[in-house]
Design a protein around this ligand. Structure first.
Ligand code: ME8
Length: 521
């Protein structure tokens, strides 16, 4: 029989700036990518999942100077905190790239040389308003006024007038090509509202892009003119192909690039959906297959900012509520793509209402009963009633709507589809009331308990991408072998064997109870 290679899938987070500490916004993007990466692996794909840190540019150099250390020392230290965060969040990334690594620098220089060779780069003089905080240039017309009448970027960042020699990328030549690319691939940008936003921005006309600087040196040297370093975005975006060993396009690049997806926040959509595809087309490479820009988190109704002191450290959050609880909340609370608000009330409501009372309780009721009354031995089923067949079938079929939702990055809809089953299963248990059957009809009780265990097996398998540790604990308690947890194992062909001794159960999702001091008592 011919062996078919699994389909590939490449997913990336933005690479995060190392001048700041990670917060809930970074955790959000990375967890979303992790859920998709895990989902695709369980669905049989060969996945490469990349995250990393963005370490060049004036912003980093300035932060290092303020702290009286070398830029590279700052990068080493802060890149490590992002690496540690990925471990804390149980992120299954296959690679972690740093833009100060030789493989990245080599890829940037190779891409530059290619763009230059193809006639897309020229040397000229730049004069304009530059915001270090945004690492971006603005037109006069885009600026606003601050409280003292000072000029500000539309983001509120201070701007300086800069005049310097600069290399330019002929972005203006790509307007029609970009528009044609969007129109031919409407799935290339998600959600739809962002697609429309990017399309109309490009339709409004594109100016050539300054892609080098001479006023600082913390960056990738421009090949052939070391007075210049690359502008941060051409440097940063190249990480996605540097991790596929670009400029070698024969191995990982050939395997993964055709199925690449970038997950980003809405703040950096222009860089990913306009500049990046233009750079790639200029280098005769394909643009990414999809870029999804998600929304923005605020905290208790306020914008997160260092000055307000309300940025949420994901480590604190995980310590307080538990890792899978935080992962679940972030994916569940808001339709992906919309903005959302983080509040204590919202997270504790989700943990207690959904994880503890609905999913956790469902698992606990069946397994606890088997442990107490049947010595922990999973009973074999007797003849099925139509309601047993019904619930088992809908559980096995739930993968279809979950797959559709996750392939469209609709995490909340995927969880909705799973929750339809969780609620149906609790309804089934209430109606069948196995505890009442103990004396009257033990054979029927055994069947109901078996069906409950099968339901938990299905929900455990489906929940793995979202809450990997807890879902695997559910599957451990049913004695499901590690190699029998992929989506191919859903359905009756891989059903549990009656008569097996199950490990002692323990609650998977405890209720969250605020400490006395947190109640403000
Ligand atoms: O922009 N809500 O890095 P960065 C949701 N280095 N997501 C948020 C968020 C919030 N309040 N705050 C941040 C950079 N994020 C560049 C990227 S990629 C080639 C270079 C997330 O450290 C969101 O994903 O400022 C956003 O796009 C990213 O963090 C910005 O991270």
């Amino acid at each position: 029989m011919p062996v078919t290679e699994p389909e590939t899938f490449y997913i990336t987070t933005p690479i995060y700036y190392v001048n700041d500490k990670p917060h809930i916004g970074h955790a959000y993007t990375t967890i979303a990518c992790d859920v998709i990466a895990r989902f695709k692996r369980l669905d049989g794909y060969n996945v490469k999942f990349l995250t990393g840190t963005d370490e060049h540019g004036q912003k980093i150099a300035k932060a290092a100077q303020e702290q009286g250390i070398d830029p590279i020392a700052l990068c080493e230290r802060n890149s490590q905190t992002f690496r540690e965060l990925a471990a804390t969040l149980n992120i299954s990334n296959d690679d972690f790239i740093r833009t100060t690594e030789p493989r990245h620098i080599a890829a940037c220089q190779a891409l530059w040389i290619e763009l230059e060779k193809n006639g897309h780069i020229y040397l000229s003089k730049y004069a304009g308003w530059y915001a270090v905080r945004d690492e971006a240039f603005y037109n006069e017309g885009e600026l606003t006024k601050g409280p003292k009448g000072e000029k500000l970027a539309p983001t509120g960042a201070p701007v300086d007038w800069v005049e310097e020699e600069s290399y330019f990328f002929k972005l203006s030549a790509f307007q029609d090509k970009l528009l044609a690319m969007y129109d031919a691939n409407p799935e290339v940008i998600g959600p739809k509202s962002r697609f429309n936003e990017v399309r109309s921005f490009v339709k409004g006309g594109l100016r050539d892009l300054s892609i080098s600087r001479t006023t600082f040196s913390w960056g990738v040297p421009v090949p052939g003119n070391e007075k210049h370093v690359m502008y941060v975005w051409i440097d940063a975006l190249t990480n996605y192909i540097a991790a596929l060993s670009y400029p070698d396009t024969t191995k990982d690049f050939a395997a993964y690039w055709p199925n690449a997806m970038h997950m980003v926040g809405k703040d950096i959509i222009r860089f990913h959906c306009v500049y990046w595809p233009a750079f790639l087309m200029a280098a005769k490479l394909a643009p990414p297959k999809r870029v999804f820009a998600h929304g923005w988190w605020t905290v208790e109704g306020q914008k997160m900012s260092k000055s307000l002191g309300n940025t949420i450290d994901p480590n604190t959050l995980v310590g307080k509520y538990g890792l899978d609880q935080v992962r679940y909340f972030l994916m569940r609370e808001i339709p992906f793509g919309n903005d959302g608000d983080f509040s204590e009330a919202a997270i504790s409501g989700r943990i207690n209402g959904e994880l503890a009372n609905e999913l956790g309780n469902l698992a606990q009721r069946g397994l606890g009963f088997i442990s107490k009354n049947l010595g922990g031995v999973l009973p074999g089923p007797g003849p099925y009633m139509p309601e047993d067949i019904d619930i088992l079938k809908t559980c096995a079929d739930a993968i279809a709507p979950v797959r559709i939702a996750l392939n469209a990055q609709a995490f909340d809809k995927a969880l909705d589809a799973i929750w339809v089953q969780v609620r149906a299963a609790n309804g089934y248990v209430d109606k069948q009331a196995p505890w009442a059957l103990k004396k009257t009809d033990p054979a029927r009780m055994n069947t109901v308990l078996y069906v409950m265990a099968e339901i938990v097996r299905h929900l455990g398998i489906l929940m793995q991408p979202f809450v990997p540790i807890s879902a695997n604990k559910m599957l451990d308690q049913l004695g499901v072998a590690a190699g029998a947890r992929s989506f191919a194992h859903l359905g009756p062909a891989h059903a549990l064997k009656g008569g097996s001794l199950l490990p002692p159960p323990s609650p998977v999702f405890p209720r969250w109870v605020p400490h006395v001091t947190e109640k403000g008592a």
